[in-house]
Design a binder for this molecule. Sequence first.
Ligand code: HSE
Length: 343
Amino acid sequence: MAVNVALIGCGNVGQGFLSLLLEKKKDLEAKGIKINVVAVCDKIRGSAFDPDGLNIAKVLDLASKSDISAYPSVITNMDPFAVISKTNANVILEATWTDLRSGEPAFTHIKEALSFKKHVVTTNKGPILLYFKELMRIAEMNEVELRFEGVVLSGTPVFNLVRECLPESEIISFRGILNGTTNYILTRMEEGLSFEDALRKAQELGYAEADPTMDVEGWDAGAKALILANVLMGANLKLNDIECEGITSLKVEDVKGVLSRGKRYKLIAEGYKDGSVVKVSVKPQEVPLSDPLANILGTLNAITFSTDTVGDVTIVGKGAGGREAGYALFADLISLAKKLCKA
Ligand code: HSE
């Protein structure tokens, strides 16, 4: 079975995905995995559709000029709903911007795609935070898959790691650094850069959310911690249920001051079971340099899971960046494609 993919949202993440696919396409085809990107649409950059597969290099070039619509297309001016309902795509990649309050527009795109019996891969935290159970139910009803590896730690495996490598393990608690932007800012502040300059740099490098207050006020890390609790620990929590504090009150003097005392400020996310209740918090903590989390610098993120089977398991890797998040889409797509190509 051919794997025909449509990409909704062609910003940093979507372009990161397309570049990776372009790099790996030949190797994949040699292994019998043929992936055609048949449609791309982006609110700002335009759309393109060819049922036989788009020329990815050309789409990337046009995306960098915000002119995807210049691609000779079978149907022009496609919006996400046309891409879902009018193309031959059997997998929809959803990579639009994140809105943690409404989950839109991604929630509607994903629900629509699943209802059209299309598999969905997303890096969008909003819908998974707010509607995880509902979306999984719709996917199951329509006998398709919903995958979302990239919503926590971008391309560094978390959900696939737990599912594939820790079967039947209970996640008792987790503790980690879940936001690349704030970790990058704290690292640069230790070097003397102001909070504002470090944030600007993080935005230029494509790490920050479209609304960077989500990063610096802790809500992005909070959303990821909640997703971990809801998906891996069976909780059913919303953003209002957690204690959440960001890094906006920290000054360069504070960050340098704790370092001179052998500690580092880190934005730490924690989740643990208190009886049958799961509790989640995100707040800056002074972490001793002897703690492995103190040495997670820049856009690196890390999570330690405490399990009932093998004790503590820690994963460290980049938590933000277009290529990294694009790799999460790619990795989920390849596992799906392996199943579909066998079918
Ligand atoms: N803004 C997010 C971060 C992007 O900095 O971690 C990845 O989710």
